[in-house]
Design a protein around this ligand. Structure first.
Ligand SMILES: NC(=O)c1ccc[n+]([C@@H]2O[C@H](COP(=O)([O-])OP(=O)(O)OC[C@H]3O[C@@H](n4cnc5c(N)ncnc54)[C@H](O)[C@@H]3O)[C@@H](O)[C@H]2O)c1
Length: 205
């Protein structure tokens, strides 16, 4: 795992992309919102938070890139929205499904797709796996699927990214270990590995 395409440059995706870039990993951040990408390419942050400007500058010095296009890389981190639907009391996976499809259009063979968006493992089995399989990919063989939900709360995100513990859910321990090493490039706290369904009791789907 050498290069990362972070999909969705909002409150979670942007600082995550910057953290990896600061750690020396080659990162391209992708957002389909042209204005966000243009602003970042002009050196302007799309929002402010303590420590974010310094982090941005360090990531820029390490060559972080921003684009509206999905890139051919070996690792994808999805940080797209998962809105809560009031009537059904469910999380809408439509943005994640769309992003997964766009990743599958360009990804390298054997790439890892890491979902950081807030979804339940039930969503993975019900919605994400079928999308990937329908596209002819075999999960665990020519594509890997992981769930690494972001748990920070707004306000002190740069600090929390480095100091919160994380959980990575995967089908395959070997792949999970590689992704753990990747996050350990900036995460100073514990990173727990688990299977992809371990949060099933939190299933809202
Ligand atoms: N904001 C928080 O405090 C917080 C905390 C923990 C977890 N989360 C979770 O993280 C996820 C992302 O939340 P956020 O607050 O960063 O959202 P956000 O709305 O700030 O950013 C999402 C970005 O994704 C882009 N996007 C959407 N679909 C895309 C696609 N298919 N391709 C490329 N770009 C796409 C949007 O243009 C937007 O810029 C959600 O699942 C959310 O529940 C958020």
């Amino acid at each position: 795992m050498k290069n990362i395409n972070v999909i969705g440059l909002g409150y979670i995706g942007l600082p995550t992309a910057l953290m990896f870039a600061k750690s020396g990993i080659k990162v391209v951040g992708t957002d389909y919102n042209k204005e966000i990408v243009e602003s970042l390419n002009q050196g302007k942050l799309s929002f402010q938070e303590e420590g974010l400007q310094e982090l941005f500058e360090e990531a820029q010095a390490n060559g972080v890139e921003f684009s509206t296009e999905y890139k051919k890389t070996d690792t994808y981190i999805l940080a797209v929205p998962t809105p809560y639907i009031e009537e059904s009391k469910k999380i809408d996976p439509v943005y994640v499904i769309s992003a997964v499809n766009s990743v599958l259009d360009v990804c390298e063979k054997g790439a890892a797709i890491i979902i950081e968006s807030t979804i339940s493992p039930g969503t993975i089995d019900r919605h994400i796996r079928p999308v990937i399989e329908k596209r002819g990919f075999v999960i665990g063989e020519n594509i890997h699927l992981l769930h690494a939900p972001e748990r920070i709360i707004p306000g002190n995100m740069v600090y929390e990214l480095e100091h919160n513990s994380r959980t990575i859910g995967a089908d395959n321990l070997e792949v999970a270990e590689k992704i753990k090493d990747l996050y350990a490039s900036f995460c100073k706290s514990e990173i727990v590995l688990t299977d992809i369904r371990s949060f099933v009791e939190n299933d809202h789907q």
